[in-house]
Design a binder for this molecule. Structure first.
Ligand SMILES: Nc1ncnc2c1ncn2[C@@H]1O[C@H](COP(=O)(O)OP(=O)(O)OP(=O)(O)O)[C@@H](O)[C@H]1O
Ligand SMILES: [Mg+2]
Length: 323
């Protein structure tokens, strides 16, 4: 597959708040290959969006600070780039599709104008007719109904699904090499969700771009990604192919997540849920962060933090009970 387009190593991010230091990410490492879709999954507050924002260098500072680790995009050291270099990278080479299309669009400009702006920020497009034709073409590509009219519509005139399509058109406007999609369908109805996911998948395959897909929904990840990283309380606890994760999950947290998915082929009286809640990120326990919710915890798990280790080829797990 060649060199990865994105390589994150030991990323550690803290937020300094009045209540104390939130340890949002700790030693997060993963990479996304050329043309690969990597899924990042985990429950709310585990650090998925902070990971995405760190890669785009959009962590609000203060209160946030990247306190350790490295991020390389296409061989470039992202944390060493100037703000200007970063601005030219964002939108052009790496684009982000956010969780909430409704608040990401500006209500006072037409949908078409906002996509035009995204293009002219990065490219000199001389003629306005060309620009409008390009945006209309993009709207067609993402299946926006009546593209000629929709480019002239204001966001409030479009449905939630159409607004998300506008955001995707904006994200794709400069053919980025990496698309970061942070819960791109969470705000949408289930039927629209499926359409948007198949759209992202089709565009990814056509354009050959790489995708970091963030979701709390393992079903979404299974449908879209080749590889999946499971996050828990700011750390990656398991990383492998989607197939292996579903066939042979090893981390007790992943097993719990999979157990919480309803299945039609097994007689389940009720869904198993993982007991307890995420640990306090202000005051993390010693040892494994999952220990207090884990039915397999060993005395060793209270001593140190297990690191991700390759337990079988292509299958990394951070768990002393599995090592
Ligand atoms: N600006 C901020 N100030 C303080 N803490 C923050 C800030 N942004 C994020 N955090 C904290 O970092 C942790 C990780 O948050 P993050 O938004 O990455 O979670 P997430 O996995 O994306 O959750 P969700 O599924 O709800 O989107 C949380 O505990 C959150 O409170
Ligand atoms: Mg989030």
């Amino acid at each position: 597959m060649g060199d990865p387009i994105l390589s994150v190593k030991n990323l550690t991010v803290h937020f300094h708040t009045e209540a104390g230091v939130v340890k949002a990410l700790e030693d997060v490492s993963f990479s996304v290959g050329q043309g690969e879709v990597l899924g990042l999954v985990g429950e709310t507050g585990c650090g998925k969006s902070v990971t995405a924002l760190s890669v785009m260098r959009l962590i609000p500072t203060p209160p946030g600070r990247i306190v350790g680790g490295t991020i390389h995009f296409d061989g470039r050291d992202v944390l060493a780039l100037s703000e200007e270099e970063m601005r030219s990278l964002r939108g052009k080479d790496m684009a982000m599709i956010f969780q909430d299309p409704i608040s990401s669009l500006n209500p006072v400009f037409t949908a078409g104008y906002q996509v035009e702006e995204a293009i002219v920020t990065h490219e000199a497009v001389p003629r306005r007719e060309d620009l409008i034709a390009r945006v209309t073409g993009l709207f067609k590509k993402v299946n926006i109904s009546d593209p000629e009219k929709s480019v002239r519509s204001y966001p409030h005139m479009l449905s939630g699904g159409m607004k998300q399509r506008v955001m995707i058109a904006m994200g794709l406007s400069c053919s980025p090499r990496l698309i970061i999609a942070d819960e791109p369908t969470t705000a949408l109805d289930v039927s629209i969700q499926a359409q948007i996911l198949s759209l992202i998948r089709r565009l990814q395959m056509e354009g050959g771009s790489s995708v970091l897909l963030i979701s709390h929904d393992l079903g979404v990840i299974a449908a879209m990604a080749q590889t999946v990283a499971v996050m828990y309380a700011g750390s990656i606890v398991e990383k492998t192919s989607v197939k292996t994760l579903f066939d042979r999950p090893l981390h007790p947290y992943t097993r719990g997540l999979l157990g919480a998915i309803p299945r039609l082929d097994v007689d389940q009286e009720r869904l198993s849920v993982i007991p307890g809640t995420l640990p306090d990120l202000f005051n993390l326990p010693r040892g494994c962060k999952f220990r207090e919710r884990c039915s397999e915890a060993l005395p060793l798990c209270a001593e140190g933090r297990p690191l991700l280790a390759e337990i079988e080829p292509g299958h990394e797990v951070a768990c002393y009970a599995r090592a």
